[in-house]
Design a protein around this ligand. Sequence first.
Ligand SMILES: NC(=O)c1ccc[n+]([C@@H]2O[C@H](COP(=O)([O-])OP(=O)(O)OC[C@H]3O[C@@H](n4cnc5c(N)ncnc54)[C@H](OP(=O)(O)O)[C@@H]3O)[C@@H](O)[C@H]2O)c1
Length: 411
Amino acid sequence: MNKKITIGLFGYGCVGNGLFQILNRNELPFAIKKICVKNINKQRDIDASWFTNNKNELLLDDSIQIIVELIDDADEAFQIVKQALLNGKQVVSANKKMIAQYFNQLYALQKQTGNTLLYEGAVCGSIPAIRILDSYYANEQLLEVAGILNGTTNYILTQMADASIDYKTALQKATLSGFAESNPVMDVEAFDPVFKLQLILAHAFGLIIPNHQILRFGIQHISSTDTRFAKQLGCKIKLIARIINSNEGISAYVMPAFIQATDALFNIQNENNALSIQPRFADKQFFSGKGAGSFPTASAVLSDLGAIENKQAYSYTKLIGKTQTELGVSVFLKVYMRGDNISNVCQIMNLEKHWTEGKQQFAIGSIALKDLLNVSDKCIGNFFVAAFSVEQTLASGQISDKSELGVFSIH
Ligand SMILES: NC(=O)c1ccc[n+]([C@@H]2O[C@H](COP(=O)([O-])OP(=O)(O)OC[C@H]3O[C@@H](n4cnc5c(N)ncnc54)[C@H](OP(=O)(O)O)[C@@H]3O)[C@@H](O)[C@H]2O)c1
């Protein structure tokens, strides 16, 4: 084999370890030279001579061509990636928070230096999402992108629905199985899928949107009443990240949603992720696979390494010449709400049904996305909201999936 491409690796945790094993156990054209970690004294499964805690040992080494950044600190990761690009290196990362937060700077740095940053592992783990949206659909209008982008919450929701256990027990199970971190806030409150949606918005729609502009509801207040209600409707509740390209502009949200059995997302179970894309001419496409984990995420990093070897970079085609800088918020969503006092929370348009059970109030109706954005801030206590469908005409004139519900009750 020809001379291998030399890699400097930052991070030897879940993903870094997976990448090390893949590169060292297979005949591949990449060789890790050194690994930078935070705690140099930590016990590792490989010889201590691999490690340093001095980032300049990697960043200033002229023999290192590619920096792979796999650490868990977004701000420090940005400093590493910035310095690597300025020092003439190509970079691969899987850090969605860092890329979402520093998107403008990272885009400018690539233009300024002519060096490449790839981050396929940042969005759906092993599913090739970014490159398809960025390159394959560079010139085709997308009408909708929707998906399950967070494995932890999908695991919890699957357990609640299938094993009929409550949220707390399902979260404990997720933690014990290694699918939830000890502090699961980024996942259960849906910050993580919002970061991923920001990357999709940039590549698929040419929009760089700060995270506070994206409607975000997590699953932290879900109760067994909600999952039972979904079952009665023949649905499952999933945490859905969705971008809709309609006459009202491009709207986006991350929130729980009732998914019908006819929807491919219905069968995405446990820690798996999925992405559904609706291009204007190609029509619906569906991708599913492991959204996280050591080897699945390292597989995406490996693919990025190959892309860099082949001198590929993101096209960012849809960003060029884009004038829209804000999301559309006039779109109406049909939602189910439950809480201690939902009548005080917001104005529901077209109230279809409302009822109470003990102290809990329930309502189903349509609400403007901009009104729901105000609710996010007030979302305290026991408030749970889930979307049914988007009652909106899509840009092509196609009507999005509407779920017409009959009369129902909760037992
Ligand atoms: N885990 C997944 O399934 C997954 C999936 C998709 C994307 N990602 C992303 O991939 C990245 C890595 O995730 P992970 O799960 O592998 O993290 P992790 O298991 O928590 O490991 C983090 C690693 O980063 C190192 N580190 C932290 N700060 C550092 C610094 N300032 N300089 C050098 N090294 C530093 C740590 O060093 P020590 O070992 O010394 O503590 C550790 O080796 C994150 O951005 C994550 O969002 C992860």
